[in-house]
Design a protein around this ligand. Structure first.
Ligand code: NAP
Length: 314
């Protein structure tokens, strides 16, 4: 697969990344059976063989089970560690962690960031994360404290590069001012089903400061892909039908699929968006990789954009 530099760093990633959120098959670690683990390993292997080299994790993906399954694959496949970039995230704490009365919350305290990173390294069975991201902005974030935690992790050789996720431009700027190292990614929800980052300055900041936007749910969690039904009860079903029709028309014209169009639409943006593919189906993982070689014209990009907006451009 074609590659792209991540931010202003030396990291070079495949044009599409693979997301490990769904590889354990559940949010609940108690539901992870040996069969589900085997299917997760198979999905990760399919992504590796299809040329994905950036793998995205978070400590909370099935409460660590996703990272553990990925660690099993790393052990199984000789030489894989050197060929891939491993990213993880921290900062979300589930209800009941660590005591039953504790609420769901965000936690960017230095102690938690460091502890969480060490937990991820252990489950993955590696010494160093290539990229470590803060998962969602903590309302109580003290930028100086985060900078201190990041510096400690870097100095200890536990993390190569840092980034954020779901940050507004102002939040990223504020944290960057405190951090001695560059923040190289903002992992955000962006797709034809979610256009906000095109309008709120997120992609402008990424382009201007050469921060790589990693796009989560690039198929809108599946709603843009080929066999997902439109939910007629959803408020925006008319909009979704309009978009689907335009995607189908263009897919026929180009001899392609809605999945490829949705990914290629992200790849066309000059900010260098890296879509994070989330399927656990080996065939779909392979098919999605083909988007890296598929180019939309400016006219095609706008026809999809207009259909997604469900409104003519001014
Ligand atoms: P997505 O690619 O938008 O959605 C994947 C879902 O779509 C899967 O359930 C998949 O089912 C389904 N799908 C894909 N192609 C399909 C097709 N042709 N027909 C039917 N269903 C299809 O991405 P995502 O999984 O929501 O997110 C991707 C990654 O983003 C995650 O793994 C994670 O790394 C990251 N993420 C980050 C955040 C954050 O806050 N930073 C939040 C969410 C996710 P199958 O598996 O059956 O193909």
């Amino acid at each position: 697969m074609q590659t792209i530099p991540i931010g202003k760093s030396k990291l070079q990633s495949s044009r599409l990344a693979y997301g490990c959120w769904r590889v354990a098959g559940s949010w609940n670690p108690e539901e992870v059976t040996p069969e589900r683990e085997a299917a997760g390993r198979q999905a990760i292997l399919a992504a590796y063989e299809a040329g994905y080299t950036l793998f995205d994790h978070a400590d909370i993906y099935c409460m660590g089970a996703a990272e553990r399954i990925f660690g099993q694959v790393l052990k199984q496949v000789s030489g894989m560690r050197k060929q891939v970039l491993i990213a993880s995230k921290c900062g979300i704490r589930k209800k009941g962690d660590p005591s039953p009365a504790a609420p769901y919350r965000y936690d960017f305290s230095a102690d938690y960031i460091i502890r969480s990173c060490e937990g991820s390294l252990k489950r993955l069975g590696i010494e160093t994360l290539d990229l470590y991201q803060l998962h969602r902005p903590d309302y109580l974030c003290d930028p100086e404290e985060v900078a201190e935690a990041f510096s400690k992790l870097k100095k200890a050789g536990k993390v190569r590069e840092f980034g954020v996720s779901n940050f507004r431009p102002s939040q990223l700027t504020l944290l960057q001012q405190a951090c001695p190292m560059r923040l190289i990614v903002n992992q955000v929800q962006i797709s034809l089903a979610r256009l906000q980052c095109l309008e709120d300055g997120t992609l402008d900041q990424c382009l201007g400061e050469r921060i790589t936007p990693l796009a989560w749910s690039p198929l809108g969690g599946g709603q843009l892909a080929d066999v997902m039904p439109i939910d007629l009860r959803s408020n925006d079903h008319a909009q979704r039908i309009g978009l689907r029709e335009e995607m189908e028309r263009l897919a026929r014209e180009r001899g392609s699929s809605r999945t490829i169009l949705a990914l290629a639409w992200l790849l066309k943006h000059p900010a260098g968006i890296v879509p994070i593919v989330g399927s656990v189906n080996p065939e779909r993982i392979k098919e999605s990789a083909r988007a890296a070689d598929f180019t939309l014209s400016r006219e095609e990009w706008y026809s999809l954009f207009e259909a997604a907006r469900h409104e003519r451009l001014p």
